[in-house]
Design a protein around this ligand. Structure first.
Ligand code: 16G
Length: 243
């Protein structure tokens, strides 16, 4: 292990005991405490900044970001998920339009290319911090009269249940690594080409109607995926039998 990797690990140990937003001691203090050169410390810190574990505020210092948000692989809504963590969910509407589905979205929503769909792009926030950008496509017939104001700082899933009496029964989701483009970086407040997670989710009602196709870009520096692993049951050979 190189010297700077060892220092990075020591800094990570220290960060484990720190609260989000807490400041790391100044460089000259760390140099003394860890017995390293300023250059080695800087290199280790740069790596932590790049991986999103700490944030550098020019002129102020280096601050702990806190653990990444675990996202479970279930059909929960952003709003429920944030509330369960004690964070305040928010969303800003970036665009809202009604238009013909077109071939690609039509296939996803299982409607004809000429069918009307509602296309909404939302910036999703947790305690006012941008977390993801979601492009949501809904068959127009599912949400008659839906307006941008309905979704401003509100939950689409709640709206489906309470106003349209529609309940999501199942979904399919894919996840891919990606990097943010110029517009996404700008909206999410991260550098260009930052790591991100691309989720594509299709959700159905119990009757088999598609109620959304969603393309979500989640910040890679703030999110990780947690999955519960079940152990496959292997059938034991019966005792006393000869192979
Ligand atoms: C989540 C879902 C998204 C869904 C939204 C509803 C992922 C990757 N995506 O962000 O597909 O449309 O929740 O949230 O989890 P809402 O009810 O708060 O609008």
């Amino acid at each position: 292990m190189t010297k700077y990797h060892a220092i990075r690990d020591q800094l990570l140990d220290r960060l484990d005991t720190m609260a989000p937003g807490e400041q790391l001691p100044p460089e000259r203090v760390l140099v003394r405490e860890l017995g390293v050169s300023r250059m080695t410390l800087r290199r280790a810190t740069d790596e932590l900044v790049a991986s999103g574990v700490v944030r550098r505020r020019p002129g102020a210092g280096v601050f702990a970001v806190g653990p990444k948000l675990d996202t479970a692989l279930s059909a929960t809504s952003f709003t429920e998920d944030m509330r369960a963590r004690g964070l305040r969910p928010g969303s800003a509407i970036l665009s809202f339009e009604r238009r013909a589905a077109g071939a690609r979205i039509g296939r996803r929503l299982e409607v004809s290319p000429a069918a009307d769909v509602v296309h909404v792009t939302r910036l999703r926030l947790a305690d006012d911090e941008p977390m993801s950008i979601e492009a949501l496509y809904i068959p127009e017939g599912t949400v008659p009269g839906l307006s941008p104001e309905d979704l401003e700082n509100a939950s689409y899933y709640d709206m489906l249940r309470t106003r349209y009496d529609v309940t999501i029964a199942r979904g399919v989701q894919t996840i891919e690594p990606t990097v943010t483009d110029e517009e996404e970086s700008d909206k999410l407040g991260v550098p260009l080409h930052s790591p991100a997670l691309l989720f594509e989710r299709t959700s159905w009602t119990a009757e088999g109607a598609v109620v959304e196709f969603v393309r979500s870009i989640y910040r890679g520096d703030r999110y990780q995926i947690r999955t519960e692993l079940s152990v496959p049951q292997v059938a034991e050979p019966a005792r006393g039998t000869t192979p």
